[in-house]
Design a protein around this ligand. Structure first.
Ligand code: ATP
Length: 338
């Protein structure tokens, strides 16, 4: 069997364009499951050989016979997690790129912390009781899309004042790390047991990225401007080259620990460590995404790092397709799908 005996499929949002483009570049057939109204985007970019329109992404489950017949390999991305339940994935009969066991580890905050701290990664301190707050904190709500409603508090009193606007919402109080945010994108290949640094980005968030445009005097005059973290785009960054060894090691530690903690296969494919770099060049990670993240969309056709490694276009989407192609050629597809 070769790449064109398979179809790479995904749902039409998040990072579908680069996934489908990358799959086409590696010689796969491509399929996009798009919500009514979104089909025209995927059609206009010419990345999908076939587009199936649905009212809701959950219809994916009733399309399984069709997908299996086409030898479809599904590539998960953020919208899978956002719009479908993890338990539903477990019963999926269609080939799925990645290790499903990882999903619950990345989506439960306490498991995620256990994984990161066991990997010797610095993580922001969590305050279990508001009375314990002894430094600036960021208060995060569960299931908040795009950091909606998060707030900063400088002490316990400030916390109680601000939380009073959030009734019955589940939250976590996390140490606020002062530094620059950075998102580290990796790819780990279980076929050749190699970790690759793919790219870095930072998010462009409203209004936290615009507050600096208003002088402190005017901020006071305008009174209530609380920072919010709603992502509206992504900005590429390269990091100081002297930080690369630590960033690479962090990725390796996370992979090694996943093999111990989660399941033998552990985490593989694209993943992202999301954090902050302090003025002392310490890296703190507050979240891991165990799949392709939308911040890699800016690296079509390549990032500086993937260009150095491959010398040709290599987005994260294409890297996924290449991994699948290599697995097919080595007759090891079963090692990377479930
Ligand atoms: P995602 O969309 O990735 O699930 P989210 O949008 O819910 O995440 P986070 O990524 O956790 O939110 O954080 C939103 C913003 O808050 C980001 O700009 C991030 O840099 C900042 N942030 C989060 N945690 C901390 C922290 N502990 N210290 C400093 N800044 C933080």
């Amino acid at each position: 069997m070769a790449a064109n005996d398979y179809t790479i499929g995904t749902i039409g949002s998040h990072s579908a364009l680069q996934i489908l483009k990358g799959a086409k570049d590696e010689g796969f057939k491509t399929l996009c499951i798009a919500k009514k109204g979104a089909e025209k985007v995927y059609k206009s970019f010419g990345v999908a050989d076939e587009i199936i329109s649905v009212d809701h992404y959950k219809e994916l489950f009733s399309l399984q016979d069709q997908l299996v017949e086409k030898n479809t390999i599904l590539i998960p991305h953020g919208s899978f997690i956002a719009y479908m339940k993890i338990e539903d994935f477990k019963d999926l009969r269609v080939m799925y790129f990645g290790n499903k066991d990882v999903l619950e580890w990345e989506s439960a905050r306490d498991l995620e912390r256990e994984w990161l701290s066991n990997s010797n990664i610095n993580i922001p301190k969590i305050f279990n009781k508001p009375e314990d707050i002894d430094r600036p904190v960021i208060v995060k709500f569960y299931g908040a899309k795009g950091g909606m409603g998060y707030f900063l508090a400088k002490n316990t009193e400030d916390f109680y004042e601000k939380i009073s606007y959030h009734i019955n919402e589940k939250y976590v109080i996390q140490e606020y790390i002062i530094g620059v945010p950075a998102y580290f994108h990796y790819f780990y290949s279980p076929l050749n047991n190699e970790l690759e640094i793919m790219s870095f980005d930072k998010r462009y968030e409203s209004n936290v990225d615009s507050i600096g445009r208003i002088s402190a005097r005017d901020q006071f005059a305008l009174k209530k401007i609380d920072p919010s973290y709603v992502v509206v785009g992504n900005i590429p960054i390269t990091v100081r080259e002297s930080l690369l060894p630590e960033i690479y090691d962090m990725g390796e530690r996370v992979i090694e620990k996943s093999k111990e903690l989660i399941s033998k296969r552990g985490l593989f494919g694209p993943f992202c460590l999301e954090g902050v770099i302090t003025p002392e060049a310490e890296i703190y990670i507050f979240e891991i995404s165990a799949r392709i993240v939308a911040g890699t969309n800016i690296f079509e056709p390549y990032s500086p790092y993937t260009y150095i490694k491959y010398g040709k276009p290599m987005s994260t989407g294409r890297r996924i397709a290449l991994e699948i192609k290599n697995a097919i050629e080595k007759d090891r597809l079963q090692d990377i799908v479930c």
